[in-house]
Design a protein around this ligand. Structure first.
Ligand code: ADP
Ligand code: NI
Length: 217
């Protein structure tokens, strides 16, 4: 990393910490820090541009549409304005903004028209933070933030949601495991991501078995 790149990354850390200060705590600075750390680890095993990986990890949730009335442009726009203010090269800005635009799952049933090794790395890192013990904690925190039911025996998971239905869904949090979290293991992009997802997936399955056992005990 050049001194100039390091200067941009340091400023980016300050910017992200400040922007996310009052937000939902499953998408807070600590989530960003975990994703940043995991992305660097995965990037070390994949041919990818480390500067793009780090910037995209740091900025990927700068304004998540979930917390901005469904607006999917506000995050990419905020990131672009910040990167321009730091005089980052236009090609790098374009790449980072594209990653932010395409990283999200949103039901997993829509077509994605952008791909790059750096997107694959950051997407895997973000997905890993949705799995395992931390994934369970974040899911129930998000459910609580929206006052959702933990579980309802009569509300079945909907596996065929369009992107719009996924964004509007208000289903119990347990359904989110079937609608998204358990699907991620088979959608990991990189070998390192896949290996890390395996263990976290198994832990969530154990959790769900125990949850359902206790419900009817
Ligand atoms: P997406 O990729 O679906 O846009 P994110 O990757 O930003 O969403 O979601 C991150 C995390 O937010 C999820 O892994 C989960 O912890 C929480 N979350 C999002 N939607 C839900 C939901 N419907 N129920 C419970 N948790 C959710
Ligand atoms: Ni994220």
């Amino acid at each position: 990393m050049s001194l100039e790149e390091q200067r941009v990354l340091d400023a980016c850390v300050d910017f992200v910490k400040q922007e996310l200060e009052d937000g939902e705590k499953g998408h807070d600075w600590w989530h960003i820090q975990r994703v940043w750390h995991t992305a660097r680890m995965i990037a070390a095993t994949e041919p990818s541009d480390p500067f793009v990986v780090e910037l995209a990890s740091l900025l990927h949730d700068i304004a998540d549409s979930k917390f901005h009335g469904g607006d999917e442009e506000i995050g990419p726009k905020k990131a672009e304005i910040f990167l321009k203010s730091m005089n980052v090269q236009p090609a790098i800005i374009k790449h980072v903004v594209n990653i932010i635009r395409h990283i999200s799952f949103k039901g997993g049933n829509h077509k994605c028209d952008f791909d790059s090794p750096e997107l694959q790395v950051v997407q895997d890192a973000d997905r890993l933070d949705a799995l395992g013990a931390i994934g369970i904690a974040r899911a129930f925190h998000y459910g609580g933030f929206n006052n959702r039911l933990l579980y309802h025996p009569d509300i079945q998971p909907n596996m065929k949601m369009t992107k719009e239905e996924y964004k509007k869904s208000n289903a119990p949090t347990i359904n989110h495991f079937y609608e998204k979290l358990l699907l991620l293991k088979d959608r990991m992009n990189t070998p390192t991501g896949k290996a890390l997802a395996e263990r976290r997936h198994t832990f969530m399955e154990q959790f769900l078995t125990e949850f359902h056992n206790e419900w009817w005990e």
